[in-house]
Design a protein around this ligand. Structure first.
Ligand SMILES: Cc1cc2nc3c(=O)[nH]c(=O)nc-3n(C[C@H](O)[C@H](O)[C@H](O)COP(=O)(O)OP(=O)(O)OC[C@H]3O[C@@H](n4cnc5c(N)ncnc54)[C@H](O)[C@@H]3O)c2cc1C
Length: 370
């Protein structure tokens, strides 16, 4: 098919900036570029019908690390790095809420809880380090972050107490992405779906991009493909699939908040009188290191078992939907935000923190261009 003169003139010619990926990072990058260069012609290319990575698939926790997650991070990162990461997550969430407003996000600060399985001594370790971590984070929160609470939700097969974090919130992931996409489109940013960027090359001071549909040139290229980064030869990012399910609405659901179970390998929350429940990657890390969207019996059966035995004991429930999303992970928790060549930049590897840090990473990615 040949493009018409009009299609070429209005869409494909004189593209200043091209962003690959319409997730949280790509959209925020494009918005920041537009506010810095209002006249710029900006394209976002997205391989999915909808954004198709992690940003429309996640659990919508507005969180910055459970106590055990922070203790685990301290094993591989310095105290300064861990403090910096928590601060970044807090600031990223602030930016997200400022950009879209709490109403559009359906943001609610219902608190976060960390639950501990009965035969694990992790709670004791967390309690012994609680004051130390609260002190470390005091400059950020100005008060005690982690406190001890009784099992008010009557979960089964867990320790009698859990760690509560009053600062943790939750949001509606779909509403967040819808609002971000609307905002980008209102500012004149063009989002094209079903376009897979296959490769790119430097071409006389600009970048030539080959997609599954057409080829074109752009002055600058911003890659925000997260878990799919290696497909465009960006190193040190591995895909990590995360599986999720959601129940049908449950009458008088008493559970409200965001919950981290078994060292964060499992997570659940309330939404629309349902329980959204995900995790279980630790059951088979190798199989879950993939960019392929799918559910496995191993993980889905375990999620259902935990719902039955631990989260919703004695409560009838039915599963309504199951899905998976693809994250980008690496040997360090830091996102990779860097210039790859004169005209190419990337912001990838957000792990399980992108709701929190995605807005900031998108902005940082755009700001690599001075
Ligand atoms: C199940 C699940 C639960 C999660 N829960 C939470 C949570 O509660 N809180 C939290 O903070 N974080 C959570 N995360 C992580 C968070 O969702 C991600 O860190 C964040 O969405 C990453 O955003 P992104 O824009 O970098 O990547 P993505 O949203 O993955 O966006 C990348 C986009 O690039 C597109 N793309 C890739 N390759 C190409 C190509 N070659 N051409 C064109 N387009 C391409 C993809 O289709 C995709 O839309 C969760 C993730 C998952 C999967």
């Amino acid at each position: 098919m040949n493009f018409s003169y009009w299609e070429i003139k209005s869409w494909l010619a004189n593209i200043d900036f091209t962003v690959v990926g319409s997730g949280i990072v790509g959209l925020n990058c494009a918005l920041q570029l537009k506010s810095k260069f209002p006249k710029a012609n900006i394209f976002i290319l997205e391989k999915g019908i909808l954004p198709q990575g992690a940003s429309t698939k996640n659990a919508g926790f507005a969180c910055f690390g459970s106590l055990s997650e922070i203790l685990e991070d301290l094993k591989n990162h310095t105290e300064e790095e861990v403090f910096g990461l928590v601060k970044k997550r807090v600031e990223g969430l602030k930016l997200l809420r400022q950009t879209l407003g709490d109403g559009k996000l359906d943001y609610q600060q219902l608190g976060g809880y960390e639950l501990f399985t009965q035969h694990d001594d992790l709670l004791e370790l967390c309690l012994s380090k609680k004051d130390e971590i609260n002190n470390l984070l005091a400059p950020i929160f100005k008060s005690e972050v982690f406190t001890l609470k009784e099992n008010i939700f009557k979960f089964k097969n867990i320790k009698k107490h859990y760690i509560f974090n009053a600062f943790e919130g939750q949001l509606d992931t779909g509403k967040m992405m819808e609002a971000l996409l609307n905002k980008a489109q209102k500012k004149g940013i063009k989002v094209l779906n079903n376009i897979n960027v296959e490769d790119f090359s430097e071409d006389n001071g600009s970048i030539k991009i080959r997609t599954n549909q057409f080829e074109f040139s752009t002055s600058k290229l911003f890659v925000a493909t997260n878990g799919f980064a290696s497909q465009l030869n960006i190193p040190n990012v591995k895909p990590a699939r995360a599986q999720v399910l959601i129940t049908k609405p449950i009458k008088n659901l008493h559970i409200k908040g965001t919950f981290h179970l078994d060292r964060g390998y499992y997570y659940f929350r309330n939404i629309d009188n349902r329980i959204l429940f995900g995790g279980g990657r630790n059951l088979d890390f190798k199989t879950e290191e993939t960019t392929k969207f799918a559910q496995t019996d191993l993980v889905q059966n375990k999620l259902e078992e935990l719902l039955r035995t631990t989260i919703l004991p004695n409560i009838g429930f039915e599963i309504d939907h199951r899905w998976s999303g693809i994250m980008g992970v690496g040997n360090q928790k830091k996102a990779v935000v860097k210039q790859l060549s004169d005209n190419v930049f990337c912001g990838v590897r957000l792990g399980g923190m992108g709701v929190a840090i995605g807005s900031l990473v998108g902005r940082e990615l755009a700001d690599l261009l001075h």
